[in-house]
Design a protein around this ligand. Structure first.
Ligand code: XMP
Length: 518
């Protein structure tokens, strides 16, 4: 196992992903807890599950600033290999007697790395060509390396881009091997893993890989029963399918129809899971209860809580009837890190995931996707034969259309929004955009405005269209949809949804706006 000490890097998760892709377990820890955690795991080869190597991540601070994150020097006497990346390299140099100062110029982007020496063998740069492009993102730089270190690579501006203390197996690099823009980044990380005495076993997601996951589930569930909450989203769908393949009808999937779903969603789910995969699905119609609980609820966070609570209540009641011992959840790796990493973060929205069911339910968890990223989950889904419309489905918030209706939620408003949203989906699906958009949807703004229809005064609803491009959920840009497309959507909405007489386009990025309106 590799321990990744996170000094506040934006790419810590990416480093961890790269390590996992090479077939090695990676645990992210904070600098404060690092030594204690390493002691609890033990060191290899003495301890079976022990730590083989340590990586120090980058970070936004400067090592010479007061209160910048640091780590006890004790870590260098554990006798296992350490790799410092960017801030990690600078900190390691400072702690071991080197020197760091503010760089002449901040450097972000590509740089040419020249490798001077490859060492005695078993070096970090083994098999890496001499001139490669690497990615830099730093302000400070090392100006004096500690005793026992040698320089192996330089760039035009950085004399210590790669440093190594081969005897102690301590390595430092100024650039970021984890980002795709760094050539041979994977090889550099793989070399470090080999230096740690570990074997590279690249994770290839193919049929036999998926069969192994299924076998593991079978072994751990045995003849017991399991339940899952199916939402139709890609994660819960893939998790349920895997478990279904492992234990067949011993898995019961509950689909709670809150009435807050988009048009056709429940029917589609039935079609795929019941008809195509012959899964045992119980559709619980809880529409009335959700609407009753939402009466008069206007404040967005309150709305989210009411929906989350109602969902859990219905699920608990239904789950009891199933006699299940296991609960299947579609947790994926980013969820694991997000919930662990958000300790000090401010709550912007209480995200409600259909998967996030209470621990007190006394069910053992099966989370077959806990180690995977979204694109890998999609690959697994594809191997299992899940149709593209589910695999490539847009993210849809747990609280559903309720967070796209500003103000109180009623049956009438839900119907207006469903009709408008369906038009948005249909028109976008006819273009080349779907693959490029993170999401595209309609919002019922709750604003009524004056219009004119057939010479008569009209006073109707305003629909907003939101279409976004994003790489992750943290930031986004509004999509620059062509006016012709927007006009088509707007014309169809005002013609086909009589309650609406105005359509506007949301042209705000995230931040400062969020993707969903509530
Ligand atoms: P925001 O609105 O926070 O949304 O910018 C970021 C992404 O998260 C989705 N979203 C949710 N997903 N449960 C979810 O599973 C939720 O409660 C929830 N709220 C928002 C949103 O659709 C967007 O893709």
């Amino acid at each position: 196992m590799i321990i990744l000490v996170d000094f506040g890097s934006q790419t810590a998760h990416l480093i961890s992903r790269r390590i996992k892709e090479l077939g090695v377990e990676c645990q992210i820890v904070t600098p404060d807890e690092a030594l204690e955690k390493i002691r609890s795991f033990g060191l290899r080869p003495q301890d079976d599950r022990g730590v083989d190597g340590i990586i120090f991540s980058g970070g936004p601070a400067s090592v010479y600033e007061e209160d910048s994150p640091t780590i006890s020097k004790e870590i260098f006497s554990l006798g296992i290999p350490i790799l410092g990346i960017c801030y990690g390299q600078q900190l390691m140099c400072q702690l071991l007697g080197g020197q760091v100062k503010p760089g002449f110029k901040k450097e972000y982007g590509p740089a040419e790395l020249v490798i001077r020496d490859k060492g005695k063998g078993g070096s970090l740069m083994e098999g890496v060509p001499s001139g490669i492009t690497v990615w830099m993102s730093h302000g400070d730089e090392v100006i004096k390396i500690p005793e026992g270190f040698k320089t192996y690579g330089v760039t035009k501006t950085i004399p210590y881009a790669v440093i190594e203390n081969e005897d102690k197996k301590i390595y430092g690099i100024q650039f970021h091997p984890e980002v795709i823009h760094t050539e041979f980044g994977e090889e550099i990380l793989a070399n470090f893993i080999k230096i740690c005495g570990l074997k590279i076993k690249k994770r290839v997601i193919d049929k036999s890989f998926v069969e192994n996951i299924i076998k593991d589930i079978k072994d751990s569930v045995g003849n017991e029963k399991a339940i899952c909450a199916l939402s139709g989203g890609v994660d819960s769908s893939v998790a349920a399918l895997l478990v279904h393949q492992a234990i067949g009808d011993n898995l019961e999937s509950l689909y709670i129809d809150s009435g807050l779903m988009r048009d056709g969603e429940t029917q589609n789910l039935k079609k795929v899971f019941k008809n195509k995969f012959q899964m045992k699905i119980r559709i619980v119609n809880a529409q009335k209860l959700f609407l009753e609980n939402l009466v008069g609820v206007v404040e967005p966070e309150n709305k989210r809580h009411v929906i989350g609570k109602t969902f859990i209540k219905v699920f608990e009641k239904e789950a009891k009837k199933s006699g299940a011992k296991f609960l299947v959840q579609g947790t994926i790796y980013p969820d694991v890190i997000e919930s662990a990493g958000s300790k000090h973060a401010q709550v912007i929205k209480s995200h409600h995931n259909v998967g996030a069911l209470p621990e007190k339910m006394n069910l053992s968890l099966i989370e077959p996707l806990r180690n995977f990223y979204k694109d890998e989950v999609r690959k697994i889904g594809k191997i299992l034969g899940l149709p593209d419309e589910i695999i490539n489905r847009q993210p849809f918030p747990g609280p559903g259309l309720a967070v796209r209706i500003i103000g109180n939620v009623t049956q009438e408003k839900l119907e207006i929004l469903r009709k408008a949203d369906k038009i948005v989906q249909e028109e976008i699906d006819k273009t080349d955009f779907p693959g490029e958009l993170w999401q595209a949807f309609a919002v019922l703004t709750g604003i009524k405005t004056t219009g004119v229809r057939g010479d008569e005064r009209a006073y109707g609803e305003t629909i907003a269209i939101r279409a976004i491009e994003a790489q992750d959920a943290m930031s986004a840009n509004f999509a620059k949809l062509p006016y012709e497309l927007l006009e088509k959507i707007s014309t169809r909405i005002v013609n086909e949804v009589p309650e609406v007489n105005r359509v506007v386009y949301d042209i705000t990025n995230k931040p400062p706006a969020t993707m969903e309106w509530e």
